[in-house]
Design a protein around this ligand. Structure first.
Ligand SMILES: Nc1ncnc2c1ncn2[C@@H]1O[C@H](COP(=O)(O)OP(=O)(O)OP(=O)(O)O)[C@@H](O)[C@H]1O
Ligand SMILES: [Mg+2]
Length: 448
């Protein structure tokens, strides 16, 4: 038997090298080379099978006949919102997320909500009885759900051809393998090969396919980058271990807007849709203390109210602490410096802790003004005015800048019963009726 040659493959871009290298010459990433063996058969067979493809003529775009994009609703409003209105027939989707976040649960819930859809669920990670237990918890009878335990990709395709489902779910692509390759399931080669084959069947036979994908420690989808290029839609399921809410974010969408966000809450009987997320992130204790301020961040096209909590207290150590949870720590230091220089507040010798209530992670610069207000409020131990929204980006000169979607943000605050908004001057907002706008051009205006 011929000896197999050991090669090294970049896990990021798939570059093959005969020796290990620290940095990949193709994608310049560091420490990405992993050992792999030369493919078993040097034949065409391991490549994506094009032998049976029919000759297609070149056509003029104007001659291409299309049906109107028809969307099938998943009957889960939050999931449909992220997809851009529902499933498109023949679309190829990738759903990534941390271990245990609820990817399989979400898929089972789609099956529960769509009793008229024939669903083929390829379970590579769990046994049929585990899936049954989850289905019972969620209340799915399961007449429409067919579970397959094979993970060899050709067998999966064969079974799908026989069953002719409306939706194929692969849980997960990292457990699929092709017999034509000798590498282990989950390796870059296997993931690439299996997803290419699944993509072919999705497109040729108009079979809507959702692949579940693992993520790396950094939160990116594991496997080759090409995986994200291959699919039509990439969805990321995010959340916090200590909180029950889950955000389903659309990172890429060929059939609708990207960055759309769906909000769910993990409960005993599965994921519950959260149609009014602002309520989830605002505390309802009614007990007011200094250091709290409310802001409105945009998640996709969706305004969400969030509560910023700051605590400034004298430091016991030589170097004061600056700790932020749910917000960028360097941005916090920057805003403290702006407050010191432009508003004359002194944070020397003070520890500063910042927290976004409910475990929300904020990266929208519109939250700057609320953070500045919360910091000042805690330092001076004076409550911020009640029921007030703070929206604005803070510049290094202490100026408050306009932000995108001001009207949607103010409307959300009005809907949630707030009375005042502090923000830079904007164009008149026709849809705002009750809430009072207070213009602020510089952070020193907050202390007027
Ligand atoms: N009885 C229960 N009550 C409440 N929540 C539960 C219960 N059982 C499971 N869960 C929740 O469901 C989560 C597991 O969901 P699920 O198996 O769908 O995740 P996953 O993303 O598919 O994970 P994996 O990456 O392991 O496949 C658990 O982390 C837990 O939060
Ligand atoms: Mg799972």
């Amino acid at each position: 038997m011929a000896k197999q040659k050991i090669l090294f493959e970049c896990e990021n871009c798939g570059y093959i090298s005969p020796k290990w290298m620290g940095s990949c010459p193709s994608c310049s990433e560091w420490n990405t080379f992993a050992e792999t063996v030369e493919k078993k058969k040097e034949s065409k067979k391991h490549k994506v099978d094009i032998s049976k493809t029919e000759q297609r003529d070149i056509v003029r775009l104007s001659d291409v006949r299309t049906a109107a994009l028809e969307r099938k609703s998943s009957n889960l409003q939050e999931f449909d919102r992220v997809l851009g209105g529902g499933f498109i027939e023949g679309s190829f989707l990738l759903l990534g997320g941390d271990p245990g976040i609820g990817k399989s649960t979400l898929m089972i819930q789609v099956a529960e909500r769509c009793p008229n859809m024939k669903i083929f669920y390829v379970a590579g990670e769990e046994s049929a009885s585990q899936i049954k237990q989850r289905a019972l918890r969620i209340g799915l009878k399961g007449d429409n759900l067919h579970i397959g335990s094979v993970t060899e990709v050709r067998s999966v395709i064969e079974s799908a051809r026989r069953l002719k489902p409306d939706l194929l779910i692969i849980d997960s692509i990292q457990t699929m393998y092709s017999d034509d390759l000798s590498s282990l399931p989950g390796s870059v080669q296997q993931v690439r090969e299996c997803s290419a084959m699944l993509q072919q069947i999705a497109k040729k036979e108009d079979l809507t396919t959702i692949m579940i994908g693992h993520v790396t420690k950094e939160g990116d989808i594991a496997g080759p980058r090409i995986l994200e290029h291959m699919v039509d839609t990439v969805l990321q399921f995010e959340g916090d271990k200590n909180h029950f809410y889950r955000l389903l974010r659309c990172v890429k969408n060929r059939f609708g807007p990207a960055q759309e966000v769906g909000v769910f809450e993990m409960k005993g009987n599965g994921l519950q849709e959260v149609l009014n997320p602002s309520q989830l992130f605002l505390s309802d204790s009614g007990h007011r203390v200094s250091g709290n301020a409310i802001t409105c961040v945009m998640e996709g096209s969706r305004p969400i109210l969030a509560e910023v909590q700051a605590l400034v207290s004298p430091s016991n150590y030589g170097t004061p602490q600056r700790t932020a949870s749910g917000f960028d720590q360097r941005r916090l230091s920057l805003l403290i410096a702006v407050l010191e220089k432009r508003a004359g507040l002194q944070f020397t010798g003070q520890d500063v802790y910042l927290n976004i209530a409910g475990g929300l992670k904020i990266s929208d610069p519109a939250a700057d003004l609320a953070i500045v207000a919360a910091l000042a409020s805690s330092l001076q131990d004076r409550e911020t005015p009640a029921d007030t929204l703070y929206v604005g980006e803070v510049g290094l000169g202490g100026e408050i800048r306009k932000v995108a979607f001001p009207e949607q943000r103010v409307r959300e605050a009005e809907k949630m019963g707030l009375d005042n908004v502090v923000m830079p001057k904007t164009e008149p907002m026709a849809s705002i009726k009750r809430i009072k706008l207070k213009n602020a051009a510089r952070i020193s205006d907050l202390f007027r």
